[in-house]
Design a protein around this ligand. Structure first.
Ligand SMILES: NC(=O)c1ccc[n+]([C@@H]2O[C@H](COP(=O)([O-])OP(=O)(O)OC[C@H]3O[C@@H](n4cnc5c(N)ncnc54)[C@H](O)[C@@H]3O)[C@@H](O)[C@H]2O)c1
Length: 259
């Protein structure tokens, strides 16, 4: 298949729904052979089936990104099948809404383990193969919450800030070996994760309307609008882009006051 990722081998985490599913579809439609990873087995397989039905190449591996053995098994499987990994997208994450004083140690560990340790485990597993080929692109899903705070997301925001630090570390450490690493900081995106965030407020529909009005574009993003940025960063179009955070927020942060 032709396309901006023709012949590339990609691992994308969290592909059972939302932004990860959109990234998998977009990458496959641009010629990549995609392996999707998720803890949700049935929807994960459905997404891969739909990609193949549309003529793309995609397989699915059930795996928990926070589990070292799962990550090793998935990456070893891709290397055994394809002999290489060209692109890694760390997209899987969890969000637990709670004000700082209500954060439990258990929730802290879960969010940090999935969002931050998971990202590190995947990077650690694929980078040697990228270095061997002197080429590779890593795209990490951070968030606007890494840059500005939400009262209900103290730990989530901290993990997303950590992801930017990790991304910069990879970019400077493995840049000399041809590995690029970038982070995407989306504003609100219309996914299940965001629905749960709306539901954490007393009037979810009213809260969503209010929030959409905050955006100069007067809406939140579709998952495909994030997937197209991930495509750019994963492709050779971004050959000199590394160590960056790409804010994709419909101008939300560009405004000082709404007067
Ligand atoms: N939706 C938003 O508004 C928004 C905004 C900024 C950043 N993001 C980031 O974008 C990414 C995708 O978010 P989304 O909105 O599509 O979320 P989502 O909850 O809709 O989808 C996340 C996917 O990751 C999977 N997942 C969760 N834990 C996992 C684990 N331990 N191992 C493997 N898979 C796991 C889930 O099963 C799910 O399929 C996340 O990193 C999120 O933090 C989302």
């Amino acid at each position: 298949m032709d396309g901006r990722l023709a012949g590339r081998v990609a691992i994308v985490t969290g592909t059972a729904r939302g932004i990860g599913a959109a990234i998998a579809r977009t990458f496959a439609s641009e010629g990549a052979a995609v392996t999707g990873v998720d803890v949700l087995e049935a929807p994960g397989r459905d997404v891969a089936d739909a990609v193949r039905a549309a003529g793309g190449v995609m397989s699915f591996a059930r795996g928990d990104v926070a589990d070292e053995d799962d990550v090793r098994r998935v990456v070893d499987g891709v290397l055994a099948e394809h002999g290489r990994v060209d692109v890694l997208v760390n997209n899987a994450a969890v969000q637990k809404e709670a004000r700082l004083l209500d954060v439990t140690v258990e929730d802290f560990h879960r969010v940090v383990n999935v969002n931050l340790l998971g990202c590190l485990l995947l990077c650690r597993a694929v980078i040697p193969a990228m270095v061997e080929r002197q080429a590779g692109a890593i795209v990490n899903l951070s968030s606007l919450n890494a840059l500005v705070a939400d009262p209900l997301l103290p730990v989530y925001g901290a993990t997303k800030a950590g992801i930017i630090a990790l991304t910069q570390n990879i970019a400077i450490t493995y840049g000399p070996d041809g590995v690029r690493a970038n982070a995407i900081c989306p504003g609100d995106v219309d996914t299940e994760m965001n629905q749960a965030f709306f539901r954490a407020h007393p009037d979810p529909a009213g809260f969503r309307r209010r929030l959409e009005r905050e955006y100069p574009l007067r809406r939140i993003a579709d998952p495909e609008e994030i997937a197209r940025v991930a495509l750019f960063l994963a492709s050779d179009d971004a050959s000199f882009v590394s160590g960056s955070q790409v804010v994709v927020d419909g101008a939300l942060m560009a405004r000082i006051y709404e007067l």
